[in-house]
Design a protein around this ligand. Sequence first.
Ligand code: AMP
Length: 585
Amino acid sequence: MLEKMEILDVEKVIEEFESMTKDAENVQRETLKKILEENGCAEYLQNRGLNGRTDPESFKACVPLVTHKDLEPYIQRVADGASSPILTGQPITTISLSSGTTQGKPKFVPFNDELMETTLQIYRTSYAFRNRAFPIENGKALQFIYSSKQSKTKGGLFARTATTNVFRNSQFKNAMKAMQSQCCSPDEVIFGPDFHQSLYCHLLCGLIFREEIQLVSSTFAHSIVHAFRTFEQVWEELYTDIREGVLSSRITFPSVRSAMAKLLKPNPELADLIQKKCSGLSNWYGLIPELFPNVKYIYGIMTGSMEPYLKKLRHYAGDVPLLSADYGSSEGWIGANINPTLPPESATYAVLPNIGYFEFIPLKENVEEHLQDQVNASFLSMEPNPVGLTEVKVGEEYEVIITSFAGLYRYRLGDVVKVMGFHNSTPELKFVCRRNLMLTINIDKNTEKDLQLAVEEAAKLIAEEKLEVVDFSSHVDLSTDPGHYVIFWEINGEVSDEVLKECCNCLDRSFVDAGYVSSRKVNAIGPLELRVLRRGTFQKILDHYLGLGAALSQFKTPRCVGPTNNNVLKIFCDNVANTYFSTAF
Ligand code: AMP
């Protein structure tokens, strides 16, 4: 559809969305029916005894809830080139690598045309609402998007990150054109083999087209912050390239060089202007609007594990609004941000009822059961009782379950969301955190969100000295008796031992979970340890993941390094500059 269309008819998109969400329950039934009809011949469904039934009740009775681990053998057979239908009716031709930052290795998930179509539907929906509030003119987008390495599986399927699958799809470019958000960089830059070089060229293209840039974006906000941190280091080189019309020798790939040579012409006026503008900034505050005078907003996923980057992003953005992008995963999309005027901290995602079949495991009731049982295992061990999309309740938290058009049936995504309200009859979700307990030693339970709040609290102490935590992670150290939490911090300058000791105590006190506090009081958990890292350690972590086939576009810093993730743990441990133990208890 988009191929023929010049500019997206946003009113029509909104109309379709409104009508679909008014009838969310029926649309869900129809969607499940379609998924089961299209894929009923697949071995996985054949073995579940549905016998052609496609109603939600039979589906729930016959098909079990699963995690990625349960489906791994099936996905592996698909990747190995099985000739019969395993998970889907039509053969899967591409595999996505989901980030898997906590476990340390990317997971395989199936990707197909339907998933691509739902991706575009999500993009179109949020764009339609966004464009009502923040109209953009025909211009360009500075998009920090990158391709991951791609490999072939044993069965000859491409394996690459989901974002790479999307960016490489011919429909992506047409969709971006229709949304007046065409990337200002040539394909050779987006798909360049080295992300450092691609990043440099994205920045250069942005400067060349500075007047035309309408928005700055990336999949996850981390990449935008990373890009402008890099800008601080290479800006003089960038304007020198522009002045002389000659690309820096740091760009070595011939395809990238020749694509850039077509854009780069000597432009001393532009070089002078950039030099002057940057020199006039105080600590790079407001860099983005200074460089791109017509930018309307900054766009990327900014919730969940991206929240810690918002402060820095606001610093670069000055008064340019930050708009969070949509909610989804390599496994499938879930919701679109249809309230773009809300600040990212309050962003919600309205579920599109026709892009998958959704169920929700209520967490409150399960937590209570869990506490009663005094079971000290993972929450995942309980038998949950999920509700349907239109049965969720405002104010409650749930774990998301997806049934997709790409071979996942009742798949536990592992994300926790909170229902903030309804748009017509579809819920608006706030992303809360990953469900996995991250830090736990005995009866304590701390999630990614708890860690983020503790770090925010303690970082206030160094903010007084005009310094910031560049990035952070954590680890449970059980090699000591009792075990204790380790927090890794990279800071952008020197902080006195005295302040860092205070930070360490503050971190320890800021984990307010009752299980943690009581364990600390009786020394069933040892003093929290703050390990301050050398500058550049998180860059090494990023490089490590890119080496494994991750893409910068999809990168999420591992907030907790699991016991089996030895390589990442070693990078952290090899780069510790100073260590502090809490005396808070
Ligand atoms: P990936 O495995 O790389 O496909 O990443 C998918 C995961 O990223 C989701 O399961 C979420 O945990 C997280 N994520 C995706 N979109 C958002 C969002 N809008 N807000 C917060 N977290 C998100």
